[in-house]
Design a protein around this ligand. Structure first.
Ligand SMILES: Cc1cc2nc3c(=O)[nH]c(=O)nc-3n(C[C@H](O)[C@H](O)[C@H](O)COP(=O)(O)O)c2cc1C
Length: 181
């Protein structure tokens, strides 16, 4: 079955490791007949949540109008949401954290976004897999709260410089993730 997939990236490096895996995933997903809409959060204007709780009261998801208001309707319509990002300081890059914080708008406004599939692609410099807990756990718990089902994770340690991902099986893992959707 063809599904609508929204991919949200968090790296500012267009030639970087998570983008290479993102591209591999998208190619594989499109080859399988899925429709993919991609948002590169680092190249968009998405600020943090103001916690004003006026979500969806102005006709848009967020009263503070920026690119989240383009991403939000795409998420609402999607069957699958895929987050891709590197680890920054044992946590999520600020560029994508704004998008994730503002998923709060769906909760505040009581929007029914349950039942989606969710997946994660991430990487980091250090060899220790637990370094990616700072990304993996928030994504898993946020998905659980939104009643999204985690269908797969690609977690690649040991990649620092752009291109290092080619020395790993990260891109093949990312392509294989498309088979889980
Ligand atoms: C601001 C910043 C913070 C980082 N923090 C960590 C970290 O805490 N642990 C780690 O293993 N790698 C860290 N890294 C390295 C990146 O996770 C790594 O280079 C990754 O491959 C970058 O992915 P990208 O090419 O998709 O941007 C950091 C990199 C930057 C630029």
């Amino acid at each position: 079955m063809s599904k609508r997939i929204v991919v949200i990236t968090g790296s500012p490096r267009k030639n970087g490791n998570s983008f290479a895996m993102t591209d591999a995933f998208i190619r594989a997903a499109e080859d399988r007949g899925h429709t993919v809409t991609r948002f590169d959060a680092a190249m968009k204007n998405v600020g943090g949540c103001h916690a004003c709780e006026t979500c969806f009261k102005t006709g848009k998801a967020c009263s503070f109008d920026d690119d989240f208001n383009v991403i939000a309707p795409a998420i609402q319509e999607a069957d699958v949401v895929v987050f891709t990002m590197p680890v920054y300081w044992y946590s999520l890059p600020a560029q994508i954290k704004g998008v994730i914080d503002r998923l709060f708008s769906f909760c505040v406004a009581g929007k029914d976004v349950a039942g989606k599939e969710c997946a994660l692609i991430t990487c980091c410099e250090e060899d220790d897999m637990s370094v990616m807990d700072g990304v993996r756990i928030p994504v898993e718990r946020s998905a659980a709260l939104l009643k999204w089902k985690m269908v797969g994770e690609v977690l690649v340690p040991g990649v620092l410089n752009a291109g290092d991902i080619e020395k790993t099986d990260g891109c093949s893992q990312a392509a294989a993730l498309a088979e889980k959707i």
